[in-house]
Design a protein around this ligand. Structure first.
Ligand code: 6PG
Length: 243
């Protein structure tokens, strides 16, 4: 692990979700005040659901100034049970007043490689960086897989090593499902990276990475090192049991 995160451990996954929503709110207020918008990439999988439900609670965020992206998406239609966008739409977007153009979903129904190119162009356009500079998200949320993957950067695949593109196509090693994912250069350029990790099933991989066990250096999650960005891991007690 090339950089240790600041670790915060919460009593339960619900407390973790409340804390993550508070961090989101604080970052959004600051970014909107300073730069007129807040750009955030949501993580996928099941862990973010509680956090998104917390965000749907009445909170004083100027949603018109918030731009939602994703760290990755499964190559399925938006109404498919596996869709990361679909989950966020059910748990958050249907409950807040946010302009549709502020929701920059990855089109899982499109051809994966063409969509990775299109999504990269949309990120560059919305985060409006000059030339080939790497765009800086205000916040990138990530999850951790039991094999050390994050976003859809899986160990042993070529996507974690991609340095010249912001988006790429990964393939889930068990299911073979194609995914569009952001890459490490984009992750590591973020102003803040926040992992949300919960559940007993993650205790082993959390300990392997945070204890810097030899094989852990190859895990994509261990290669996340935002510089000069802020770096947090929010854990619940169950996932932090072995550290
Ligand atoms: C995805 C994710 C993936 C996820 C981890 C943890 O689309 O599946 O981006 O990286 O964050 O696999 O998933 P859980 O939260 O479901 O454990």
């Amino acid at each position: 692990m090339s950089r240790m995160p600041v670790i915060k451990i919460y009593h339960s996954s619900e407390n973790l979700a409340v804390a993550a929503a508070a961090e989101f709110r604080q970052l959004a207020e600051s970014a909107i005040a300073r730069r007129g918008q807040f750009s955030v990439a949501l993580s996928g999988g099941r862990t973010p659901e509680r956090f998104l439900r917390q965000l749907a609670e009445p909170i004083d965020i100027v949603w018109e100034k918030v731009h939602f992206f994703w760290s990755d998406e499964r190559c399925v239609p938006p109404d498919h049970a596996d869709s990361n966008y679909g989950m966020a739409n059910r748990t958050l977007f249907r409950k807040i007043k946010i302009p549709p153009q502020n929701i920059h979903r990855i089109r899982g129904e499109a051809e994966a490689h063409a969509e990775a190119k299109r999504y990269e162009a949309e990120i560059r356009r919305q985060l409006s960086v000059p030339g080939n500079a790497v765009p800086e998200f205000d916040l990138i949320l990530l999850g951790l897989g039991m094999d050390g993957h994050t976003a859809s950067l899986f160990p042993g695949q070529e996507t974690p090593g991609i340095l010249d593109r912001l988006c790429a196509v990964g393939r889930h090693p068990q299911t073979g499902q194609l995914r569009v994912t952001i890459t490490l250069p984009l992750i590591n350029a973020a102003r803040e990276v926040l992992f949300l990790i919960a559940g007993e099933s993650k205790a082993e991989i959390v300990a392997r990475i945070l204890h810097r066990q030899p094989e852990s250096a190859d895990y994509p999650a261990a290669q996340v090192a935002p510089i000069p960005g802020i770096y947090f891991w929010y854990l619940d007690r169950a996932s932090a049991r072995l550290i």
